[in-house]
Ligand binder design. Structure first.
Ligand code: SF4
Length: 207
């Protein structure tokens, strides 16, 4: 089977599909496709092996849908709905971060959440990396895990990251995980294994 993820991206209001996008999605995928709604603001699409998947992806992109790989990759950002407006909540910052990091191959699926204020509506403390805009700077949390009976809340890694350093800090975390994580080791376990102090030390290099 051929598998990929589809999202409408995010904007003020959240992740919003337009009717035309859903119409094209249904028409292009056809009756045999399997479409699963994930809890990470993505649709997983499964097509038959003989499908022309590249043609399908191009048609979906032509109506503004975004395509991401499924599996051990950095997922597209999970966000809040930016309820107080794009600029106040840092929507351009979140879009730039998503462009910079989503789709990179890592040891296990990696989830990053971004929220525009400390109300943290996008559940950043339950993700591998959680970013919370806190007035003009960003607080970065790591090691959250929403799954299993050992679910855990992330810990504050660095407070007060300036906007122009946010992508570098997140990329540094991803690089550390890429280089030192064991195959299929979840990021939260990785942080526990190498210790949050070591992760912090490494991330602070770029500040
Ligand atoms: S985290 Fe803040 S900006 Fe984002 S939806 Fe919640 S209250 Fe609004």
């Amino acid at each position: 089977m051929k598998l990929f993820a589809v999202t409408p991206g995010f904007e003020v209001g959240g992740s919003i599909f337009k009717p035309e996008q859903l119409s094209v999605l249904g028409n292009v995928l056809g009756d045999k496709a399997r479409i699963e709604l994930t809890n990470f603001q993505q649709l997983y699409v499964e097509l038959d092996e003989d499908s022309d998947v590249e043609m399908v992806k191009e048609k979906l992109k032509s109506v503004g849908l975004q395509i991401y790989p499924v599996g051990s990759y950095v997922k597209s950002l999970k966000t809040c709905s930016f309820c107080q407006g794009a600029e106040v909540e840092g929507l351009p910052t979140a879009l730039a971060l998503n462009d910079a990091v989503a789709g990179q191959e890592v040891p296990a699926p990696m989830h990053i959440a971004y929220t525009g204020c400390t109300n943290a509506c996008g559940e950043p403390l339950l993700q591998d990396i959680g970013i919370v805009k806190n007035k003009e700077v960003f607080d970065v949390y790591v090691g959250g895990n929403p799954k299993t009976l050992k679910a855990q809340v992330g810990e504050l890694l660095i407070a007060g990251v300036p906007e122009n350093k946010l992508n570098d800090v997140v990329q540094q975390l991803i690089n550390l995980y890429k280089e030192n994580g064991k195959k299929r080791e979840k990021f939260s376990k990785f942080v526990g294994r190498i210790t949050i102090d070591k992760v912090r030390e490494n991330a602070q290099i770029v500040l």
